[in-house]
Ligand binder design. Structure first.
Ligand code: ZN
Length: 142
C-alpha cells in the first residue's frame, strides 16, 4: 500500500486493506485532512478523518467502483439499508478535487451533517469537465 495520505481510523484502514488484499496494490491519494481543498466539500468526511481517496494499480476508477459494488459485503460487511454507513463515490475525470478517483468514507452513526445531504451508498459524480454531479446516481445499499 502506497500512502500519500494518512488514515487514522482503524475501521477505514481495515476496509482499504481488504481492497488491497482482494484487488491489488492500493495507493491512498488522500486521507485525513485538516483543510478543505479548492472545490472540496465543506462537510467532507476527510475532515472527520473518516475518508480515503484510493486507486488500485492496473484498474481504472470505474473498474474499481464496479468491483466495490460486486464485493460490497466482503469489503464493507453485512450491514444493509440504513445500517450501511459507508459512502463510495466514483469521482469522474471532471471532478474538481483530487482528480479521477474513488472516495471511500464512513459516516459515524452519531454524526450530523449541518449543510449537506448525508448519504450512504454508491454515488457517481464529475463525469464531465466543468460539471460536478453531472451524473448523480446513488445506489442504495440493499
Ligand atoms: Zn475523498
Amino acid at each position: 500500500m502506497k500512502r500519500m495520505g494518512r488514515i487514522s481510523d482503524p475501521r477505514l484502514l481495515k476496509v482499504v486493506q481488504a481492497i488491497a488484499d482482494r484487488f491489488g496494490d492500493v495507493t491512498v491519494i488522500s486521507g485525513d485532512r485538516d483543510f478543505v481543498p479548492n472545490g472540496g466539500a465543506k462537510e467532507s468526511l476527510h475532515l472527520l478523518n473518516e475518508a480515503a481517496d484510493v486507486s488500485v494499480a492496473g484498474k481504472t476508477p470505474e473498474q474499481l467502483f464496479e468491483l466495490l459494488i460486486a464485493a460490497r459485503q466482503e469489503i464493507f460487511g453485512q450491514e444493509t439499508g440504513a445500517a450501511f454507513r459507508w459512502q463510495i463515490i466514483l469521482h469522474g475525470p471532471g471532478t474538481k478535487t483530487e482528480g479521477h478517483h474513488v472516495h471511500i468514507g464512513y459516516v459515524p452513526p452519531d454524526h450530523v451533517f449541518r449543510r449537506s445531504r448525508p448519504f450512504m451508498g454508491y454515488v457517481v459524480e464529475g463525469l464531465f469537465k466543468g460539471k460536478t454531479y453531472s451524473a448523480y446516481t446513488p445506489y442504495v445499499a440493499p
